[in-house]
Design a protein around this ligand. Structure first.
Ligand code: C2E
Ligand code: CA
Ligand code: CA
Length: 735
């Protein structure tokens, strides 16, 4: 209820304001202290209620009352005064005051009357408001369908005004208004606020005769309602959101026909409201579906981690670019990017850190390339870029270099400082492929080449890469076959302690007896088996053949103290020790007679895990030799911590031993160091007497090399060893 307070005493004014604010349905729209100001305020704000003091300084409340009534204002006016003389009371009544109270004694009565003026609220008010706002009709523009219905209502009932009134928290708002330009009034004076309390039509034939409305501002002032008939608009869910009503300025009544017509029209209004509600619902539903679809599309086309296009999207775009380039005779560059050594980051620091690093790497890539280019995450630590419309491969390589450089600045991922580098392969349209998939495959091949040659570099695709890849693929198939067909065989190379004249052992070296190419050395197929992940099968085969050979020699009475086999770095992982133990058991060989040769690089790669595995092997009783020692990364000072039995000094140090002071001092240091640690030493690749003498002088335990014997098939090895044990100085044999 919009209320104005006219009172010149500040004390009383603030007290009134405080009291009225306790009723949330009362809204004080202004206060005034003197006559002119008060009159102007009331006429401007058109309140529903005025609390009026009679003695104003300057001016008089009686004057205010007269002036506003003369101006047609119908607001209810309650007089609050100290001057309660009977004649004054009468005068005020005649001027249209609606109540007269003694300020000092009747304040409570006054407030009670104000409360009584507020129309009661329906029991389901909050549900009702929810349902009303659910229609999304309040404060919408006029709609023809509703206007047609109010016009019809006015015509049928022969009334000057017809309205569709929606009753909100504090207003009635007219969804359609026929016969008046007014679009809303306060709820506190609305007839319709009473209609919605009922289930059926409310008819007020003469408002002046009804105690609820006789002094209603809409009756006393514009639009001077005398007659009202309203049908509540009750939604299917049971809430009355408003009315369809007709109004006349004369007292009158409705015929039965008019009543039922008005009800029918109200049903039509409801049908329209319901129709709109459903349409809106459908719209919202399809909006939701659209949003869901675009979300799904995003999921299908984007990589969820980096939000870059995914592999499928990349392939699509690449095809588009190729078609475009075909028509325009332009070129495209395709970059295949793979982060170097990324797996250890994930493994050791956790996936959170890895993911964060990938997101940041993606950001850097995006910054380096142009807007017209596409960068995508293909999966894992692989990214790819389309360089649209590029002049030539030199430019593409330049972008690739920029990318590598951009990744070189250390990353901070979840608090960890990471140093990343990348290998990038470049393929060009049209020279390196006419189709998207081919370009991507060739860029991948080039990336692989970059990685193979140390990483942190760019490689441009060439035909030779494909040829090599094809050969490798063919070899791969053949090698798997070879394993099944027992085409792998062993050659043996003896290891001897010359000063003692004893045989230390024999190294088993694998060969492939290829049906077309003859005997292939291990470097033709071992790296392939390592890459393709079936080196384990090769090792199992070699291990079994070697152990069986040792047993055979035992049975022939040839006592070979130990057999050594080579183990690839990638095999040094879980279950390896069990596999070894099972093979020893299967072949009935004591663990002490097996030596595993592992390269130095294996030791430096993954500390803890490798160390545990070596300990495990040693606990079985197997002996461990470091192969190719000296060329790897481990420093001599680390050696004492490793659980090893033998150091095999790399061939490269032996080769120039007679002439190179440098090699001499290294080999000397290795032997001294190993001696201190009680680790055996074995020199590889001994081909000359001179080398042998030097090694003997330094105290090297064993030697292996062409000087003694090349790696040879078992029978020849047996013959050599038998001979050696009978004639203990092969040095003299050789010379
Ligand atoms: P490695 O373990 O260092 O093997 C020694 C290699 O040096 C052998 O080559 C051998 O023939 C060669 N060699 C021995 N004495 C001399 C010499 O006096 N002068 C010269 N110039 N070379 C000598 P091979 O048999 O071609 O083996 C090459 C590599 O293949 C091996 O190096 C080893 O790393 C790997 N390999 C051999 N057999 C196996 C196997 O069964 N499993 C695995 N994983 N790797 C193997
Ligand atoms: Ca070896
Ligand atoms: Ca070696």
């Amino acid at each position: 209820m919009k209320t104005v307070i006219v009172e010149d005493s500040e004390l009383i004014r603030t007290q009134l304001q405080r009291l009225l604010r306790q009723q949330p349905r009362i809204q004080i729209v202004g206060t005034a202290t003197e006559e002119t100001e008060a009159t102007a305020l009331i006429l401007r704000t058109q309140p529903d209620l005025v609390l009026l003091d009679l003695s104003l300084a300057p001016g008089s409340g009686v004057h205010v009352l007269r002036k506003i009534r003369e101006a047609g204002c119908g607001a209810r006016v309650l007089i609050l005064t100290n001057n309660t003389g009977q004649s004054l009371r009468l005068a005020c009544q005649q001027l249209g005051a609606n109540g007269f109270f003694d300020k000092s004694t009747e304040l409570a009565e006054c407030l009670a009357q104000i409360d009584a003026l507020l129309p009661p609220l329906p029991n389901n008010e909050s549900l009702r408001l929810e349902a009303l706002h659910g229609t999304h009709l309040v404060d919408t523009p006029e709609q023809e369908a509703f206007d047609n219905l109010t016009q019809l209502a006015a015509r049928i009932t022969d009334a000057p005004i017809a309205l569709i009134s929606l009753v909100t928290e504090d207003r009635q708002w007219f969804l359609s208004h026929c016969g008046t330009e007014v679009r809303e009034t306060s709820r506190s004076i609305a007839f319709c606020a009473h209609t919605i309390l009922r289930n059926e039509m409310m008819v007020i034939e003469d408002a002046l005769e009804d105690p609820r409305f006789h002094d209603n501002p809409l009756v006393a002032g514009g639009p001077r309602i005398r007659f009202y008939a309203g049908v509540p608009l009750v939604l299917p869910s049971g809430e009355a959101v408003g009315t369809l009503c007709v109004i006349d300025h004369q007292p009158r009544h409705l015929s039965d026909g008019q009543r039922s017509a008005l009800k029918t029209l109200a049903s039509s209004v409801l049908a329209e409201i319901e129709l709109r509600r459903r349409l809106l619902h459908l719209e919202q539903e399809s909006e939701r579906r659209r949003a869901a679809e675009s979300h799904i599309l995003h999921l299908a086309t984007r990589d969820p981690l980096t939000a870059l296009p995914n592999r499928a999207t990349f392939r699509d775009r690449l095809d588009q670019h190729v078609r475009f380039a075909q028509r325009r005779h332009t070129r495209i560059g395709v970059l295949f990017i793979d982060l170097d050594h990324f797996k250890p980051i994930n493994d050791s620091l956790g996936h959170d850190v890895g993911d964060d690093a990938l997101v940041k790497a993606a950001e850097r890539l995006t910054k380096v390339i142009r807007n017209s280019d596409t960068v995508a995450r293909l999966g894992g630590d692989e990214f790819a870029v389309i360089l649209a419309d590029i002049a030539g491969h030199a430019d593409a390589v330049q972008v690739a270099t920029k990318i590598i450089n951009s990744l070189r600045t250390p990353f901070i991922a979840k608090g960890h400082t990471l140093h990343l580098s990348a290998s990038v392969g470049v393929a060009m349209y049209p020279e390196h492929g006419g189709q998207g998939d081919q370009l991507l495959r060739h860029a991948d091949l080039a990336m692989y080449q970059a990685k193979q040659t140390g990483g942190d570099k760019t490689c441009l695709y060439s035909r030779a890469l494909s040829e090599r890849a094809e050969e490798t693929q063919a070899l791969d198939t053949d090698l798997r076959e070879a394993l099944r067909r027992d085409e792998l065989i062993l050659h043996f190379q003896p290891q001897a302690n010359l000063s003692a004249g004893t045989l230390c052992g024999v190294e088993a070296l694998v060969r492939w007896r290829h049906p077309h190419f003859g005997i292939l050395p291990p470097d033709h197929f071992i790296p392939l088996a390592e890459q393709r992940g079936f080196i384990g099968e090769v090792t199992r085969k070699v291990l079994d053949m070697a152990l069986r050979q040792l047993r055979d020699w035992d049975e022939q009475g040839l006592e070979v103290p130990r057999i050594a086999i080579n183990v690839s770095p990638s095999e040094i992982r879980a279950n390896f020790a069990e596999m070894i133990e099972a093979a020893l058991f299967r072949n009935g060989v004591e663990p002490q007679r097996l030596e595993l040769e592992i390269t130095e690089s294996t030791l430096s790669s993954d500390g803890v895990e490798t160390m545990q595995l070596l300990e495990q092997l040693r606990s079985i009783g197997v002996s461990i030799a470091i192969d190719d020692f000296g060329v790897g990364y481990s420093s001599l000072s680390q050696l004492h911590r490793l659980p090893i039995d033998c150091l095999k000094i790399d061939r490269s140090f032996i080769e120039d031993l007679e002439t190179s002071q440098f090699d001499l001092s290294i080999v000397d240091a290795i032997i001294t160091m190993a001696g201190a640690m009680k680790v055996r030493t074995l020199a590889e690749g001994v081909e000359k007497d001179g080398q042998l003498h030097i090694l003997e002088g330094m105290g090297c335990h064993c030697v292996q090399g062409y000087l003694l014997s090349r790696p040879v098939p078992a029978p020849e090895a047996a013959a050599w060893m038998t001979d050696f044990m009978r004639q203990p100085r092969p040095l003299e044999l050789a010379s």
